[in-house]
Design a protein around this ligand. Structure first.
Ligand code: EPS
Length: 389
C-alpha cells in the first residue's frame, strides 16, 4: 500500500490517492470525516480552522460503501480558497504586481521557506510555503482514516494522546483500554489524559499566545491487537519500527521519534530495560513489561505498540525573529498575520494516522491477498499458530 498527496494550503483542494487498499473493506465518507473533524479541533489553533470545515469527497475506488481494490481518491476542499482565487489560481497573471501575488521574499526562521526557495529556484517563497504548510496533514489524516478502518476489521485499535506541551508534562497517564483513552482524550481540548496537566497546558498556550510566541510538545500513539512478527529483522528497510519512526518524522515540525521507553533506555541497565517473556495457555507468549514498545528486532512482539513524537514550536511567530530579505539582503524582523500558537493536539491525530497507515501497509504486505476477508483469515490463522508455537 502507498499513497501520494497533492495540494497547496490556499489552493482549491487537497487530494490523496491510495494504492493497494484491499477490496471489500467497508468505507464511508463519515468514517473519514470524523477523523478530519478530530484534527481540526484542539486548543491553540488559529483563525484558519474557523474558516475550514473539512469534509471528504470519495472520488474513486469505493462503490456502495465498499472498497474495490482500485485506487481510492480522496479530496478535501479548501474553503479559504475563495479568498485566494487569483493569488493561488493556476492561470497566468498578466500585468499584476507582487501585491496581487502576495509574493514573499522574507523567509521565516524554522520554516522550509529559504531552503525550499534556493532548492527550487523560487524568488517568490509563497511557492514553497503553500506546499510545505501543515495543511497537507488533512489528507494524511484522510489516508489514515482508511488505514484505521482496515485495522479495525482485524481487531486492531489505535489511540493517541498528548503527553507534554510547552514544558507541562502529563503524569496521570493511566487508562483501562484504547476505547477509554479515546473517550477521555476526545473530551480534553488538548487531548490529554491528565486533566490537571491539561489545564496547565491550556494556560501555557494562552501565555505563549499573549507573548506572540508558540509552543511544541510530545504526542504518543498506542496500538493494541497487532499480531506478533510483523516487519522483519532481515533487512534495514523491512524493520517496521524504523518505518514508524520515519512516518512520525515526516509530520510537519516533528523533530524526533521514540519507541517504547526510547531515549530513557540509555540511562538504565539491561536488566531494567528488557521485557521478560511469559507464556499462558490462553494468550500464548507475552511480556511482563513493555519497555520495547511492542518491537524487538524490527518486528512486532504482539504487545501494544507505543510510539512518541516531538513537535517543535510552530515557526510562524507574531513575535519577530531576525531574518534576511532575499531581494534586498537586508535584515528584517518578521511580523505575520495569522498562526497557531500550538498545534500539538491536532498533531497527535496526525500521528495516529501515519502510524495506522504504516501498520496497515505492513499487514497487507505480509498477509496480503486482495480481499479483506482473506487477509482476515490469514491473520487469524497466523495468530492461532503464534499462540500455539
Ligand atoms: C500553517 C499555517 C496556518 C495553519 C495551517 C498550517 O494556516 P494559514 O497560513 O492559512 O493561517 O492554520 O494549518 C492548516 C491550515 C490546517 O489545516 O492544519 C503552516 O504554515 O504550516
Amino acid at each position: 500500500m502507498r499513497y501520494l498527496t497533492a495540494g497547496e494550503s490556499h489552493g482549491p483542494q487537497l487530494t490523496t490517492i491510495l494504492e493497494g487498499v484491499p477490496a471489500g473493506l467497508s468505507l464511508t465518507a463519515e468514517d473519514v470525516d470524523q477523523e478530519l473533524l478530530r484534527r481540526q479541533k484542539g486548543y491553540g489553533r488559529g483563525r484558519r480552522m474557523q474558516i475550514e470545515k473539512d469534509t471528504v469527497a470519495i472520488n474513486s475506488g469505493v462503490r456502495h460503501g465498499r472498497t474495490l481494490g482500485s485506487p481510492i481518491t480522496l479530496t478535501v476542499t479548501n474553503d479559504d480558497f475563495t479568498h485566494w482565487t487569483k493569488i493561488m489560481g493556476a492561470a497566468p497573471l498578466e500585468d499584476e504586481g507582487e501585491e496581487v501575488k502576495r509574493q514573499l521574499s522574507r523567509p521565516r526562521p524554522g520554516h522550509a521557506d529559504l531552503n525550499g526557495a534556493i532548492k527550487y529556484n523560487h524568488r517568490d517563497m509563497r511557492n514553497v510555503l503553500e506546499r510545505s504548510s501543515a495543511r497537507e496533514t488533512t489528507v494524511r489524516v484522510a489516508a489514515g482514516a482508511v488505514a484505521k478502518r482496515f485495522l479495525n476489521e482485524l481487531g486492531i485499535s489505535v489511540g493517541g494522546h498528548v503527553i507534554e506541551i510547552g514544558g507541562v508534562v502529563a503524569t496521570d497517564l493511566h487508562y483501562q483500554s484504547i476505547e477509554a483513552l479515546q473517550t477521555r482524550t476526545e473530551a480534553s481540548p488538548v487531548r490529554c489524559l491528565d486533566e490537571k496537566a491539561g489545564q496547565q497546558m491550556m494556560a501555557a498556550i494562552d501565555e505563549a499566545k499573549k507573548n506572540g510566541d508558540s509552543i511544541g510538545g510530545i504526542v504518543e500513539v498506542i496500538v493494541e491487537g497487532m499480531p506478533v512478527g510483523v516487519g522483519s529483522y532481515v533487512h534495514y528497510d523491512r524493520k517496521l519500527d524504523a518505518k514508524l519512526a520515519a512516518a512520525i518524522m515526516s509530520i510537519n515540525a516533528f523533530k524526533g521519534a521514540e519507541i517504547g521507553i526510547g531515549f530513557e533506555a540509555a540511562h538504565k541497565p539491561g536488566s531494567q530495560v528488557h521485557d521478560e517473556i511469559l507464556w499462558d495457555a490462553e494468550k500464548g507468549y507475552t511480556r511482563r513489561t513493555n519497555n520495547a514498545g511492542g518491537f524487538e528486532g524490527g518486528m512486532t512482539t504482539g504487545m501494544p505498540i507505543v510510539v512518541r513524537g516531538v513537535m517543535k514550536p510552530i515557526p510562524t511567530l507574531y513575535k519577530p525573529l531576525q531574518s534576511v530579505d532575499i531581494e534586498t539582503k537586508e535584515p528584517f524582523s518578521a511580523s505575520i498575520e495569522r498562526s497557531d500558537a500550538c498545534a500539538v493536539p491536532a498533531a497527535s491525530v496526525v500521528a495516529e494516522a501515519v502510524v495506522a497507515w504504516e501498520l496497515a501497509a505492513a499487514i497487507v504486505e505480509q498477509f496480503g491477498v486482495d480481499h479483506i476477508d482473506r487477509i482476515k483469515e490469514n491473520v487469524q490463522r497466523h495468530m492461532k499458530e503464534a499462540r500455539e508455537f
